[in-house]
Design a protein around this ligand. Structure first.
Ligand code: FAD
Length: 448
């Protein structure tokens, strides 16, 4: 019997996870990757510092992300625990030109940690609006909820005004969009999946040595991963899929029984589907909303934050949204603070040159912690909307988009399947990418 063949476009966590499952099932698998590296939005900076690896993209592996944890174990990678998000006290705020611990009532006139927590308690109640987070379009009042945005919910909360600003930071950081541009139905869906217990605080992990060790290990287990190959055209036919790609200066055609498109839809927009994509899929590709995000990584010669009772997390209403201590889990004199900026501020920062973006982030940290700039050893930055093979952060559904597009995200276009963080209920995470890749692989194996 001849082997069934499949072309997988994109060697991020989604494409690689699908390829790995199909390869194990005996398929003839070819992976086409536009960049000269695998991993996509998992991008570890190994040369950044002497002894510390920074993550330019996907960073935290949540304790519930069982597929990522299982793959790390299967490939013998070591996980470093960062503890629970709230276990370390010492969150700071820089709002309205004042800086200090969120819990410092003298600065803010209230304990902002407590005020902010009240919003998380309210958020935990929203989950019950969506019974099945994998099928939010089936929720009662789905259309009505989808037409609303999250800004209205934030403003309706009876809390200190800066607690609302803190929640805006949360939306900009976690979902990388503006609350006005975020579907309330998708927000409630996320509440149902992740935020049902406001007290839960289990550890997050990172792969010691860099998260990219995982995509590299999976790619090494595959026989045919072609780098620097940019897919420019896809034609879906009754009994197969034809893909045309450019590798450096030469053009190639590859025909296979099935194909998986595992690229962000922001770059899928540039692919010519030769009118073979169903109308609903083409509309999805053209219209679906994505966020914007930048990271600025700052290596300091000493982890000064540990000396002053700051855990590394600073929320701001300045040009950066928040920071965290990226290396708090590692014993080292030096340490890295990540400045993370999504939503409108993320789009604004993306317009700056790398030097200007770094300068801006450093100056915000300096404003809260005067003198900290003198301790800087290295800096680096990534603005993901400027990356030609990403052009976004991750999917962030706008009002009305859940009811219009959700089902299409999970429906194959003939013999072309969609994978990627966007095609998973665990959207915006490495886990979602893996879930989607494993799911479509199983569906395709089941079909043949
Ligand atoms: C700044 C940032 C921080 C994040 N933080 C976290 C986090 O802490 N925890 C977490 O779980 N997730 C995080 N994420 C999200 C996570 O990184 C992504 O959800 C996940 O890596 C997406 O994987 P993917 O396979 O869907 O897509 P990608 O990783 O984008 O892979 C798609 C691949 O397709 C390739 N490609 C694109 N166009 C073409 C083409 N025409 N032809 C061939 N190949 C092409 C790309 O080069 C890329 O390698 C973060 C993301 C960003 C940007």
């Amino acid at each position: 019997m001849t082997k069934k063949s499949i072309t997988i476009i994109g060697a991020g966590m989604a494409g690689l996870s699908a390829a790995y499952e199909l390869h194990k099932a005996g398929w003839d698998v070819t992976v086409l990757e536009a960049r000269s590296r695998v991993g996509g939005r998992v991008f570890s900076l190994h040369e950044f510092s002497d002894g510390l690896v920074a993550e330019g993209g996907g960073e935290f592996i949540d304790h519930r992300h069982k597929r990522m944890l299982a793959l790390a174990k299967e490939f013998n990678l070591t996980l470093g625990s960062l503890g629970g998000w709230h276990a370390e006290s010492g969150d700071w705020g820089l709002f309205r030109n004042k800086a200090g611990l969120l819990s410092d009532e003298k600065i803010w006139g209230a304990n902002l940690e407590d005020e902010y927590h009240k919003m998380w308690v309210e958020l935990s109640k929203l989950g019950k609006l969506v019974n099945d987070p994998s099928n939010p379009q089936t929720a009662s009042n789905a259309k009505e909820l989808d037409a609303k945005n999250v800004a209205e919910w934030i403003q309706s909360q009876n809390v200190h005004p800066i607690a609302k600003d803190l929640f805006v930071c949360h939306i900009r950081a976690e979902f990388t969009c503006e609350p006005e541009d975020f579907s309330f139905l998708d927000f409630a869906r996320n509440a149902s999946l992740f935020y049902s217990d406001p007290e839960e605080d289990k550890p997050n992990y990172r792969i010691i040595g860099g998260n990219d060790l995982l995509p590299k290990a999976i790619a090494n287990a595959l026989p045919d991963v072609r780098m620097n190959t940019v897919v420019e055209s896809i034609k879906i036919q009754g009994n197969g899929v034809t893909v045309k790609y450019k590798q450096v200066d030469s053009f190639h055609t590859l025909r296979s029984d099935f194909a998986i498109l595992a690229v962000p839809l922001t770059v899928a927009r540039l692919i010519d589907f030769n009118s073979s994509l169903p109308v609903a899929h083409q509309k999805l590709v053209d219209e679906i909303s994505y966020g914007a995000v930048t990271k600025v990584l700052v290596e300091y010669r000493k982890q000064f934050w540990k000396e002053i009772g700051w855990n590394g997390r600073l929320y701001t209403d300045e040009p950066i949204v928040m920071t965290w201590g990226a290396t708090n889990h590692i014993e080292h004199d030096h340490g890295i603070i990540t400045a993370y900026t999504g939503g409108k501020p993320g789009a604004e920062l993306s317009k700056l040159s790398d030097t200007e973006r770094i300068k801006t982030a450093v100056s915000v940290i300096e404003k809260a912690f005067p003198g900290s700039s003198d301790l800087i050893e290295n800096t680096a930055t990534v603005a993901w909307i400027n990356e030609p093979f990403t052009r976004s952060s991750y999917m962030a559904l706008s009002p009305n988009q859940v009811t219009e597009h959700w089902q299409t995200l999970f429906t194959p276009a003939g013999r072309l399947y969609f994978a990627g963080e966007h095609a998973s209920p665990i959207q915006g995470y490495m886990e979602g990418a893996v879930e989607s890749g494993q799911r479509v692989a199983k569906e395709i194996i089941g079909k043949s």
